[in-house]
Design a protein around this ligand. Structure first.
Ligand SMILES: [Zn+2]
Length: 283
């Protein structure tokens, strides 16, 4: 790299517009060319020799449940809807795509419309990302520790919920959330996802499978009643807290039949524990 030029394999020296300076102490690790509707981009991966301490688990615990109905429910009872402006943009996109049918193949009108659709796709992606960043920071405002379900959204996306799940961009949001937490000193951890919607957060009783239409968690044992997604978020928070209290070393693995536990890192094996009878208080 020199000035505003970058040398790429096979392409040689190319001029580019720097969107920001490379900070001191960083070296370029990798360059990727990305083609977007608005042009070609060079994405640089930087590396620096500093160890960033991971946040210590402390402070207010927050469990998050991601879903198709509400985008996020928190264990504090906050429900976050999918933003309306994204729905509006999606409708606009559908309209344009329908119009495409009436354009002749190879015509310049069709070409123009295709460009327009590509730009709108890009705008939707950018807008969604922006919204997710803001949401992640907002969630960090109220939390010292953040717990989410360990769901592989790529496999989820292949299931029957396919299209919606991809649209919702859960996987991207989790990545953004993780990043925001590390920036803000909030401890972040994934917990076992099994039965989060079937357990009572107050008394740990298995309340059975809820249908999609069942919007309320109402425990036959202890009478605890709340929004079903909030209940799931509270179960997730409890699991995170319990696993922390029991001080599992991050690498241990054990009995995969328990119903709660803490995962060290995505992709690694899970830690599990049998849930104990005494319910944890929930707010
Ligand atoms: Zn209960």
């Amino acid at each position: 790299m020199r000035g505003n030029q970058i040398k790429l394999p096979q392409l040689g020296w190319l001029e580019y517009i720097k969107s920001r300076e490379i900070p001191d102490g960083f070296v370029v690790k990798q360059a990727r060319i990305v083609r977007k509707a608005s042009g070609y981009f060079v994405m640089l991966t930087l590396e620096c020799d500093v160890l960033v301490p991971s946040p210590v688990p402390s402070g207010h615990p927050l469990g998050l449940d991601l879903g198709l109905d509400k985008f996020v429910a928190t264990s504090d009872g906050v429900l976050i809807e999918r933003p309306r402006f994204l729905q509006v943009l999606h409708r606009k996109l559908k309209l344009l795509q329908r119009r495409l049918k009436h354009k002749h193949k190879g015509s310049s009108n069709r070409h123009k419309l295709n460009r327009k659709i590509a730009r709108l796709h890009q705008r939707i992606a950018d807008t969604r990302k922006d919204w997710q960043f803001k949401l992640a920071h907002k969630l960090c405002d109220d939390a010292g520790m953040m717990f989410v379900e360990d769901v592989d959204f790529r496999t989820w996306a292949k299931g029957m919920l396919g299209k919606h799940t991809l649209d919702a961009g859960f996987g991207q949001f989790i990545e953004i959330l993780k990043w925001a937490c590390s920036k803000r000193g909030v401890y972040f951890e994934k917990v076992n996802k099994d039965y989060t919607s079937q357990v009572c957060p107050q008394c740990d009783t298995h309340t059975g499978k809820k249908e999609l239409k069942d919007r309320v968690h109402s425990c036959p044992e202890c009478g605890y009643t709340t929004h079903r997604d909030v209940a799931a978020a509270q179960v997730i928070r409890n699991r995170g807290e319990t696993a922390l209290q029991e001080g599992f070393p991050p690498q241990a693995t054990a009995n995969p039949k328990g119903i709660s536990g803490l995962l060290s890192q995505p992709g690694r094996k899970c830690l599990w524990r049998r849930s104990s009878g005494d319910g944890k208080p929930s707010s």
